[in-house]
Design a protein around this ligand. Structure first.
Ligand code: HEC
Ligand code: HEC
Length: 249
C-alpha cells in the first residue's frame, strides 16, 4: 500500500474538510431582544461630523489603521462594510437591525459586545443608547459614506467656556485678582494673553511651539517657582495646545 494513502490518513484528512462549517452559521437574534434595541434618532444625521468621529473615538483603537482585531477595519468604507465571519454584514444599508455593528454595540450577540468590556475605566465604555440610536439612524438613512479619506473634524476650543474653566480650576488660587502671582492673571482672555511680569507673553496664538505656557504646564520649565503647582494632566495640556493652535480666541 502506498503509505500516504492509508485509510487512517484519508479519514484524518476528511475530518479536516469543511464539514464543520454549517455549525458556524449565523445565529438569529430573537425578536424580543431586537425589540429592546435603542430606537434610531428621529432626525437626519451627518456622517462626517457625527458618525465617523464616534467610530474614531469608540472603535478605531482596535479597528483602525493600526490594529484590525477580528480582521475588521472601520476607517475605510470598504473595510467598514465587511461581511463578518459569523454575524452577517457589519453594516447593512437601510437595515440597522440587521447590521452586526448595531447588534454588537447593543450587546445582542453573545460574547461580542463592542467595544469589549474591560480596560481602564472610561476607556472601553459601552455606547450609550443615544450613540446606538445615532448609528442606527445613519444606517437606516442609507449609510452614506463619501468617497476618499475623511478629514478630521476639529472641535473648536475657546477661552469661553473651555479655557476659563480649566484655568480657573488649576490656576486661579494663585493667579487671580490684584495679587496675582507674577502679575499673571487668568481672569480674562486679555490678561492671559498679556502674560506676566518676568515671563512677558507666554502664548503665541496659532503657534504652540512658540508658546512657553505649554512648557510651564508640562512641568518642564525649570525656572518657575512651584513647578508642581504648574503641571496639569495630559488631557488639559492637549486642550490648551489645541486652543493655541486654533488661534487662542
Ligand atoms: C478594545 C478593542 C476593541 C474595540 C475598542 C472595539 N472592538 Fe470590535 N472587536 C474586537 C475584537 C478582539 C474582535 C474579535 C472578537 C472575536 O472574533 O471573538 C472584534 C470584532 C468585531 C467585529 C466582528 C468582525 C468580524 O468580521 O467578525 C465587529 C463588527 C466589531 N468588532 C465592531 C466594533 C465596533 C462597531 C466598535 C466600536 C463601537 C468596536 N468593534 C470596538 C475588539 C474591539
Ligand atoms: C500654588 C500657587 C500657584 C498655582 C496653583 C499656579 N501658579 Fe503660576 N506661579 C506661581 C508663583 C509663585 C509664580 C512666580 C511668581 C513670581 O515670579 O513672582 C508663578 C508664575 C507663573 C507664571 C510666570 C509669571 C511671570 O512672572 O511672568 C506663569 C505664566 C504662571 N505662573 C502660569 C500658571 C498657570 C497657567 C497655572 C495654572 C495651570 C499656574 N500658574 C498655577 C504660583 C502658582
Amino acid at each position: 500500500m502506498i503509505p500516504w494513502l492509508s485509510p487512517l490518513r484519508i479519514r484524518a484528512a476528511l475530518a479536516t474538510l469543511p464539514l464543520a462549517l454549517p455549525l458556524a452559521a449565523q445565529v438569529p437574534i430573537p425578536a424580543a431582544a431586537l425589540a429592546k434595541l435603542p430606537p434610531a434618532l428621529n432626525r437626519p444625521v451627518d456622517f462626517k461630523t457625527e458618525v465617523y468621529p464616534l467610530f474614531k473615538s469608540a472603535c478605531f483603537k482596535c479597528h483602525g489603521p493600526e490594529k484590525q482585531k477580528g480582521k475588521y477595519r472601520m476607517d475605510t468604507r470598504e473595510g467598514a462594510f465587511k461581511v463578518t465571519g459569523d454575524h452577517g454584514p457589519a453594516i447593512q444599508a437601510g437595515q440597522s437591525s440587521k447590521s452586526a455593528i448595531i447588534l454588537m454595540a447593543a450587546g445582542l450577540i453573545d460574547e461580542m459586545l463592542m467595544p469589549p468590556p474591560g480596560g481602564k475605566p472610561g476607556e472601553s465604555d459601552p455606547l450609550t443608547p443615544e450613540q446606538i440610536g445615532l448609528l442606527r439612524a445613519w444606517i437606516d438613512q442609507g449609510a452614506g459614506w463619501p468617497e476618499g479619506p475623511i478629514a478630521d473634524v476639529v472641535t473648536p476650543v475657546r477661552f469661553d467656556p473651555d479655557l476659563r474653566k480649566l484655568l480657573t480650576a488649576s490656576c486661579a488660587n494663585c493667579h487671580s485678582g490684584p495679587g496675582a502671582e507674577g502679575g499673571f492673571s487668568v481672569d480674562s482672555l486679555e490678561r492671559v494673553l498679556a502674560g506676566g511680569k518676568s515671563y512677558g507673553k507666554v502664548i503665541t496664538p496659532g503657534d504652540p511651539r512658540k508658546s512657553s505656557l505649554l512648557t510651564i504646564l508640562a512641568g518642564k520649565d525649570e525656572d518657575i517657582p512651584k513647578p508642581e503647582a504648574h503641571r496639569v494632566p495630559d488631557k488639559s495640556l492637549k486642550t490648551v495646545e489645541e486652543w493655541i493652535r486654533q488661534g487662542s480666541k
